[in-house]
Design a protein around this ligand. Structure first.
Ligand code: RIB
Length: 349
C-alpha cells in the first residue's frame, strides 16, 4: 500500500549485475559527510557549487509565436538566474554553507548577480569578474507556467579547468560538490577529478542535455537527469522515452530521474526502481524547479540522509519553488519545506 509522500517500489531488481563504478556512493558518504569530528550529525553541510551565473530576461506571453510570427507579450522582467547560481541560492536557503565558483562579466549585470549571491548568504570569493566579457544571459519565454530558454554563456565560458583548480581547497573541504553543464565540459571534468581525488561526493545535474564520457560519469556519485537529458546521455533519439533501466545496470543507486509534476524515479542498490510522486501545487512558473530539486538533494546527501529521504525532500522543495515567479523567486527556506511536508501546504513567511 502506498504511503502518501513516500517513494514507492515500482519494479523489483532487474539483474544481478553490479556497478563497475569504483566511486561507490553510500559507503563513502557515511565516512565523508554528515558528521563532525565527534561523530555528531552536522546539519549545515558545506556545499561547493561550480557553475553558471546568468541574468534571466523573462518574457511572459499567452502564446509562443511560430517561426516568422510576432505576438504581443504580457510582461517583461529580469531576474537573477543561471543553473549554478540558482542551485547555490537554493542550497543556502535550505541551510547549507555554500561556496560558489563561477564567472560574471565586468558589466552591471555581473555586479548585480555577484551582489545577489552575497546577499543570499553564498560565499563569492571564487566568483570572478572577467574583463571584456559580458555576463551570461538567458532569454526565457514563459507561457502558462512553462518555459523555454536560450542561454548565451558569455563569461561562463571563463570557468576553465585552471579556474576550477584554483578552487581546489573549496572542493576538498566540501561535503558535496554540485555541478551542472552550463560551463565548459573540461571544467566540469576537472571538478569531478578533484572531488574524486579528495573523496568528496559529486551530484551532477546533466543540464542542458549532452552526451558525457563514461570516465566523467564514473566520478559522479548521483546523476539527476530529467527524462530528456537521460535519453541524450544514453545516446537515444531525443523523442524516444528514455530507457531508464540501461543506466541502472551500470549505476544502480546513483541515478535520480526527475519528471516534472510526476515527481522523480530513482534506483536502489539492488537495481529496483522507486517512484517518488510529485506534490500537487498551483504552478506559477517552473523555471528553477530542477535547480531547487538538485540543491535540496545535495543538502540531504551532505547531511548523510539516504536516497529515499533525499528525493522526497527534494521533490517537496521543487514543488514549492514553482508556486512563485522567477528561478530564485520561489526557492523555499528549510522551515517552509519542513512545514509543507508536515502539513501538506506552504505557509508564506
Ligand atoms: O534552470 C533555470 C536556469 O536555466 C535559468 O535561471 C537560466 O538562467 C538557465 O540557466
Amino acid at each position: 500500500m502506498m504511503e502518501i509522500g513516500r517513494g514507492v517500489l515500482i519494479e523489483p531488481r532487474l539483474t544481478d549485475q553490479r556497478s563497475t563504478s569504483p566511486f561507490r556512493l553510500w559507503g563513502l558518504l557515511y565516512v565523508r559527510t554528515g558528521k563532525d569530528e565527534e561523530g555528531q550529525r552536522v546539519n549545515r553541510p558545506k556545499i561547493t557549487v561550480i557553475g553558471s551565473i546568468n541574468m534571466d530576461l523573462v518574457t511572459e506571453t499567452s502564446r509562443v509565436p511560430d517561426l516568422g510570427e510576432t505576438v504581443l507579450g504580457t510582461r517583461f522582467s529580469t531576474h537573477p538566474g543561471g543553473k549554478g547560481a540558482n542551485q547555490a541560492v537554493a542550497c543556502a536557503r535550505l541551510g547549507a554553507d555554500v561556496t560558489m565558483v563561477g564567472c560574471v562579466g565586468d558589466d552591471p549585470f555581473g555586479k548585480e548577480l555577484r551582489e545577489n549571491l552575497r546577499k543570499q548568504g553564498v560565499a563569492v570569493s571564487h566568483v570572478d569578474s572577467v574583463s571584456g566579457e559580458a555576463t551570461g544571459v538567458a532569454s526565457i519565454v514563459v507561457e502558462q507556467g512553462d518555459n523555454s530558454i536560450i542561454v548565451v554563456p558569455g563569461a561562463n565560458h571563463a570557468v576553465t579547468p585552471e579556474k576550477v583548480g584554483q578552487a581546489e581547497e573549496a572542493i576538498r573541504e566540501a561535503d558535496v560538490v554540485l555541478l551542472q553543464l552550463e560551463i565548459p565540459i573540461d571544467a566540469v571534468a576537472e571538478a569531478v577529478g578533484i572531488a574524486r581525488r579528495h573523496q568528496v561526493p559529486v551530484v551532477l545535474n546533466p543540464a542542458p542535455a549532452m552526451e558525457l564520457s563514461r570516465e566523467l560519469l564514473d566520478g559522479v556519485s548521483i546523476l539527476t537527469p530529467n527524462e530528456y537529458e537521460l535519453a541524450v546521455l544514453l545516446g537515444q533519439d531525443k523523442e524516444q522515452e528514455a530507457d531508464f533501466r540501461r543506466m541502472l545496470a551500470v549505476y544502480p543507486g546513483q541515478v535520480v530521474m526527475t519528471k516534472g509534476g510526476e515527481g522523480a524515479f530513482y534506483t536502489g542498490e539492488e537495481q529496483q526502481v522507486f517512484h517518488q510522486p510529485g506534490f500537487p501545487v498551483e504552478v506559477v512558473d517552473t523555471t528553477g524547479a530542477g535547480d531547487t530539486f538538485n540543491a535540496a538533494l545535495a543538502l540531504k546527501v551532505g547531511q548523510g540522509e539516504g536516497l529515499a529521504e533525499a528525493v522526497r525532500y527534494a521533490t517537496a522543495a521543487s514543488a514549492l519553488s514553482v508556486t512563485r515567479f522567477g528561478a530564485q523567486g520561489g526557492m523555499p527556506h528549510a522551515v517552509q519545506v519542513e512545514a509543507f511536508l508536515r502539513r501538506g501546504e506552504w505557509e508564506c513567511p
